[in-house]
Design a protein around this ligand. Sequence first.
Ligand code: PA5
Length: 428
Amino acid sequence: MTKSILKNSILFCFEPSIGQNGLSEKTFNTTLLHGEKFLKKWQNQKDFPLFRSTHEDLFSNDLQHAQEKLSKFEEILVLGTGGSSLGGQTLQALSKNDKRNLVFLDNIDPFTIEKAYQRDWSKTGIIVISKSGETAETLLQFLIALKSMRKDLSDLKISDHLVVLTEPKPSSLSKLADYFNCPILPHDQNIGGRYAVLSNVGLLPAILMGLDVSQLQKGAQDTLDDFMKADHLHDIPSLTGAALHYAFLEKGINQTVFMPYIDRCERLSAWHSQLWAESLGKNNKGLTPIRSIGAVDQHSQLQLFLDGPKNKFFTLLCAEQKGLGAKPDQNLGFTENLKSLSKHSLGNLMEAEQKATYETLAQNGCPVRLISFDSYNEEVLGSLLMHFMLETILMAEYLDVNAFDQPAVEQGKILAQHYLKQNENIAA
Ligand code: PA5
């Protein structure tokens, strides 16, 4: 087994550490044992498409061609929503400053789109991502972009600015790609949007943003290897994570707070929230994900977390921060507070606060696990992505729901289509 770069501390989830809101060792062990069959089931799925995605060929003709086409642009718009966008947004946290700027447009707010499309299109590339090729938000974003592009570029030229990533099958998006003579980068038909971050969906943006993609793949693969080879149930963080969530849910804890003390993990929280909610919120089951960011939300949500209803399980994500960042001048220590602060870097304060929150949560009877690492880099991010996808899949097993569909949201989509049709005459 590789030495994991993520440290997983679950001490503050148990009765002896946090009192009656914690789990007894017996309950936890029983729940974990119950998960053994889920572990075995997934350990036998070596060819599961998501697991294969850690080996996405970075040098495939399709991916190389798309990169070459887009690398001449300083700014690239990425159109898409849900799983077609959040993975790329998550990876953007590690983009290199000297690389081109990618702008992820995942909403249809007319003001956002109007502002984003006021540009010189001759200097802009576009990636359109939609697995189904039929998502209304993405298609309308794209149609409006095309209208705007046609002011600056001929239809013939537009193709040089476009990459379309979708399933290789007839769809509205593939028709548009054909019309503009734009080859399609194929979306793996067997990988659902929210599990696609390690496929070309996440990797094309990542390469264009200058990430060390091989380290990202390594982090994900090492975590997957550990999962595949492990036989001691307590040593598998994704299994212990799912078991904890399930055991706490049985105790009435039905919210899960994801709280990184790293600004660059903000989009990871959004990605995790979608993964967790869309995969698990089914048949009247699930835990509601809550996004929070330290230290900012200590001045916002923490009061409620500590002293409100005890219905939350916490995951803190922390990196080593001691000594990082700037330190102030020493000569401005006019008050005791300033004197003390002027001895410290930003990282020292962050480190002290994350530690304090971790311990305060426990002292107030709130179950909390700590996932920590040295620094936030591609390898760590790859490992976190794989960890949380595995944890979600295992949690779906505990809840006996399908982690890969989202039947309930279809109803809203049908109704939205109905309202659009009703308004067609007025709009025309
Ligand atoms: O995770 C999912 O499956 C969804 O969130 C989809 O990614 C989202 O609905 C967008 O779908 P599509 O990629 O087909 O446009």
